[in-house]
Design a protein around this ligand. Structure first.
Ligand code: ATP
Ligand code: LTN
Length: 334
């Protein structure tokens, strides 16, 4: 809770290019929550440097991501959209929480294991303590809910454990957050290896639909999507490729799995893949048009970055000061 209103926090890394999984698993749901919650959506650029980045590229991507937040429908007057690196309280609380998190807890994180195996030449301490910074993000804003895709559930559980541990020592300091994960779209799979999630760090561009892909590219990628050998449009555990497409089609058109199966009864994969590509392209088109306009308006985006960064700092500092006092740091002399 913040100022008597329920609060919400989420974020995305400014690495790679946003894909359909990021949109359907997270961003699309964010847009529906702005009236009920006090919303904070961060570009988590500090998390991004746990993997080596090219500086100019990282800066460009952070701006593109913040602009995409707006293009996807987040109203910057109602939602606080900002850069993590502009609010030092994230790093400060993260340090404190490091001292309340166990190595054993961090050792269990599957995202760490996964990223460490992909970056064997650079398994840095930041990659290991990444979930503590994420806990700090969430707890600074006293978030009641954290809307994310399925892969982030474990990190939110850790956040709850750390917050609970802190509260049990010092009293009610942090709100204990709940993950907010929608049933559909929470785990969009790769179009090339449908047993793996669609991921920004996938080197194969055909595996992902990027939010700024044009219509022809989108349809071509769906046509090439890997599906199993029979030709029946049916959702089933043993048909991961077609099941993934049915889910994507469903969230893009608002149709249920049953409705989709019925609509395509007797039709082949070819038709269904084109229909899915068209549905996704028309879902993304308005976002792309708005993005292309917004990204040109430097002054407007700059003003959002400045104003929202200040607003986020205000709330974050309130929690941070409370925590610093609880752990016994000396009072500031004014
Ligand atoms: P990477 O796989 O390279 O770590 P990512 O694609 O998971 O990156 P993030 O910035 O880590 O991207 O994720 C942003 C948000 O998108 C998170 O809420 C995450 O849960 C969600 N998300 C990521 N991939 C998927 C997916 N395939 N399906 C549904 N949601 C997803
Ligand atoms: N770890 C997340 C990104 C992230 C996040 C957060 C999500 C960083 N801090 C706080 C929700 C709340 C990821 O890799 N997708």
């Amino acid at each position: 809770m913040l100022d008597g209103k329920k609060s919400l926090f989420s974020g995305m890394q400014s690495t790679g290019t946003l894909h359909l999984g990021n949109y359907l698993g997270a961003l699309k749901n964010w847009v529906t929550l702005e009236d009920e919650y006090q919303c904070f959506y961060c570009v988590v650029d500090m998390h991004s440097i746990t993997v080596r980045q090219e500086p100019a590229e990282l800066r460009r991507k952070a701006r593109a991501l913040l602009t995409l937040y707006i293009a996807a429908g987040l109203d910057p007057e109602k939602n606080c959209l900002y850069y993590q690196s502009h609010v030092p309280a994230h790093a400060e609380l993260s340090w404190i929480l490091n001292c309340y998190t166990y190595m054993g807890e961090l050792n269990r994180m599957t995202q760490f294991k996964d990223k460490a195996s992909k970056n064997e030449e650079n398994i840095n301490a930041g990659l290991f303590t990444y979930p503590v910074l994420m806990a700090a993000d969430i707890l600074l804003f006293q978030a009641d809910i954290v809307p994310v895709g399925d892969d982030q559930k474990q990190h939110i559980e850790l956040t709850r454990d750390v917050a609970g541990r802190f509260n049990s020592i010092y009293g009610d300091v942090f709100t204990i957050p709940e993950p907010y994960i929608k049933k559909t779209g929470a785990r969009i799979m790769s179009l090339q290896e449908p047993t793996k999630k669609m991921s920004k760090s996938d080197d194969n561009a055909n595996a992902s639909i990027y939010l700024l892909d044009d219509t022809d590219t989108i349809i071509r990628k769906f046509k090439r999507a890997v599906t199993d050998s029979d030709n029946e449009i049916r959702h089933s555990k043993d048909k991961p490729g077609i099941s993934n497409l049915i889910e994507i089609y469903g969230v893009a058109t608002g149709k249920s799995i049953e409705e989709t199966e019925k609509e395509f009864e007797g039709k082949g994969y070819g038709d269904f893949k084109i229909a899915t590509g068209e549905a996704v392209a028309s879902m993304l088109k308005p976002i792309q048009d708005r993005y292309n306009e917004l990204i040109k308006d430097k002054a407007y985006i700059d003003s959002i970055i400045k104003n929202n960064g200040e607003k986020a700092s205000y709330y974050a500092n309130k929690t941070l000061r409370k925590v610093q006092k609880k752990v016994g740091f000396p009072e500031r002399i004014r």
